[in-house]
Write a protein that binds this ligand. Structure first.
Ligand code: G6P
Length: 367
């Protein structure tokens, strides 16, 4: 009913707006003296000590949150992180030892493939932890420790706030691990947490650009194909952005590591094909811009998300969305909100109901 939607036309847009609060609710109780603190979650420090590698198992959007976690943790902590789709993990020979940490990520906590993958992982290590949004759910109960995300109930089938909160929780976990493994100094960790705490404000600022996003999706509603490109953390985000668009607008969307496009898929770039490019990572910024030029030269309609205040060279893109300047690692939280809004307004612009995409269920308890 309209009342439950708080005056928003759909649950999805309501939930997009709820992200700052959801992140605050999730991280605030887990920060003490500016450092990550999991005592209320009853996770002993020994759980983090001596971890040699991490495996993340999940499905769908939760798996894409895992991809963000993987890239960020590997860059920061220099320990190997693998993300495996739960339905694949179950039928592979896991390479895990006692010192492997396994993170199961699930909004519902009931996805059967993730649960079975977790059960298999538990045979190899006592260091399983779940990032779950539903209290008392099966995945939370069966993992050694549960870190609840406090996104609140997510009604829209396409996940938004559950994803950003999973990412935020992953950042907290990474910081804790960084301290335990001696990969992050206390000063580094404090700085990191301080930035994490300011993420909700930056997301607010990005949500304020919703009407600009609505405008630009007019170019997308008649598209058959779209491409999302980025490098590093931006690439992990474009996977989620493409999924979101496919799920609720039924437009074919493909996410590509920006440097990989020319090895084939660029053949599909034709006049007017929308390319959503995310370029927030300084160390690969100029590389991504070159890749954008490649698609622009082939007629793509380029929507660029970056932390530049302005793009002076308008031969690069057709539309630029400027994101607030934050340390590179934290730009994902801003950029994904734009990608969620692109999917939402494209769906609405096509006259679809974004809350109830065809053929999809909120929680999948069949294999
Ligand atoms: C279903 C939903 C997806 C979700 C996935 C994993 O396929 O449609 O939106 O990402 O399950 O769900 P979970 O509850 O485990 O996060």
């Amino acid at each position: 009913t309209a009342a439950q939607k708080d005056g928003y036309p759909h649950y999805m847009i309501k939930e997009i707006h709820e992200q700052p609060q959801a992140i605050l609710r999730t991280i605030t109780p887990r920060i003490k003296n500016g450092l990550p603190f999991f005592e209320d979650d009853q996770i002993p420090d020994s759980f983090f000590e001596g971890v040699t590698d991490i495996t993340i198992i999940a499905c769908g959007t939760a798996m894409y949150a895992g991809m963000v976690g993987k890239t960020m943790i590997q860059n920061r902590l220099q320990i190997p992180v693998t993300v495996t789709i739960a339905s694949e993990f179950r039928y592979e020979m896991p390479i895990l030892s006692k010192n492997s940490m396994v993170i199961a990520v699930s909004q519902s906590g009931e996805t059967i493939d993730t649960l079975e993958a977790l059960r298999l992982a538990s045979k190899y290590t006592d260091r399983t932890i779940s990032l779950v949004n539903v209290k008392g759910s099966s995945i939370a109960r069966e993992s050694h420790y549960a870190l609840y995300t406090h996104a609140g109930p997510e009604i829209a089938v396409a996940s938004t706030k559950a994803y950003t909160v999973q990412c935020a929780t992953m950042y907290l976990l990474a910081c804790k691990l960084g301290l335990s493994l001696g990969k992050m100094s206390e000063a580094d960790a404090k700085e990191f947490i301080k930035t994490l705490e300011s993420v909700p404000d930056y997301i607010e600022a990005v949500i304020a650009k919703a009407s600009d996003v609505e405008q630009l999706t007019r170019q997308m509603i008649n598209s058959e194909h779209t491409f999302f490109i980025g490098r590093g953390l931006d690439y992990t985000l474009t996977m989620e952005g493409a999924l979101k668009l496919k799920e609720i607008s039924y437009i074919h969307a493909e996410s590509y590591a920006a440097g990989e496009l020319k090895h084939g898929t660029i053949a599909l770039i034709a006049e007017g094909v929308p390319v959503i490019a995310v370029a927030t990572q300084k160390h690969v910024y100029s590389k991504t811009i070159s890749n954008i030029r490649e698609v622009k030269a082939r007629g793509a309609y380029v929507i660029l998300l970056s932390m530049d205040e302005k793009i002076t060279d308008d031969s690069i893109c057709d539309v630029h969305i400027s994101l607030p300047q934050v340390p590179d690692e934290f730009a994902i939280f801003e950029a994904v909100v734009i990608l969620q809004l692109i999917a939402y307004y494209t769906s609405v612009g096509k006259g679809l109901n974004p809350d109830q995409p065809r053929n999809l269920a909120k929680s999948v308890t069949v294999e």
